[in-house]
Design a protein. Structure first.
Length: 158
C-alpha cells in the first residue's frame, strides 16, 4: 500500500484514532488503556482544544497515523504558535512517507493560521524522529537549554 491521504480529523474519527493513540502512549511507557485514549481524544476535539490530522489509506477504512497540534502563543513575537505534541505512524505504515506527510500538513496548518512557528520535543532515544524533523527544516533550538517540568498529581488540591 503506497497511496494514502491526510485530512483533518473530526469527532467522528475518534474510534479510528484511539487505537493508534493508545499505541503512541505505550511508546512512552504508559500501559495499554483504550478507554483513556478514546476519552482523551474525544474531549480534545469536542472542546476544540487540539487539531488532529489523520492519514488513512485511500479507498479503504483505517488509520495509518496522526499528528496532534495544540495552540499556544509566543509573547516575545506576539503571535500564535502551534505545539506539535503527538506524531505517530502505525508500525505497518512506517517508511511509506506517512510521517512526513503528516508533518507537512501540520506546517501548512500553522501557516494558514498565521503562526510564528511550530515547536516540538521528543525523547533522546527517538533518533528516527530526529532525522525526519531535521530533514523538514526543524532546528534543535538550543543544546544548552534546560527543559523543566513540574509533574502534578491529579489528586493535588488547587
Amino acid at each position: 500500500m503506497s497511496r494514502f491521504s491526510v485530512r483533518r480529523a473530526t469527532e467522528t474519527d475518534v474510534t479510528l484514532l484511539a487505537p493508534l493513540f493508545d499505541l503512541y502512549r505505550q511508546f512512552y511507557d504508559k500501559p495499554p488503556d483504550p478507554a483513556t485514549a478514546e476519552s482523551f481524544l474525544r474531549a480534545r476535539l469536542a472542546r476544540g482544544e487540539s487539531v488532529i490530522f489523520l492519514a488513512e489509506p485511500q479507498g479503504e477504512p483505517g488509520a495509518l497515523g496522526f499528528v496532534q497540534l495544540y495552540p499556544s502563543f509566543s509573547s516575545v513575537v506576539a503571535r500564535p504558535i502551534w505545539v506539535l505534541n503527538d506524531l505517530f505512524v502505525s508500525p505497518d505504515a512506517r517508511g511509506l512517507g506517512v510521517g512526513r506527510a503528516l508533518m507537512e500538513e501540520a506546517r501548512r496548518h500553522a501557516i494558514r493560521t498565521g503562526a510564528a512557528r511550530l515547536t516540538l520535543e521528543t525523547v533522546a532515544q527517538n533518533t528516527r524522529a530526529w532525522s525526519l524533523y531535521e530533514s523538514l527544516g526543524y532546528v534543535l533550538a538550543d543544546e544548552s537549554a534546560r527543559f523543566y517540568a513540574l509533574e502534578l498529581d491529579e489528586r493535588d488540591e488547587p
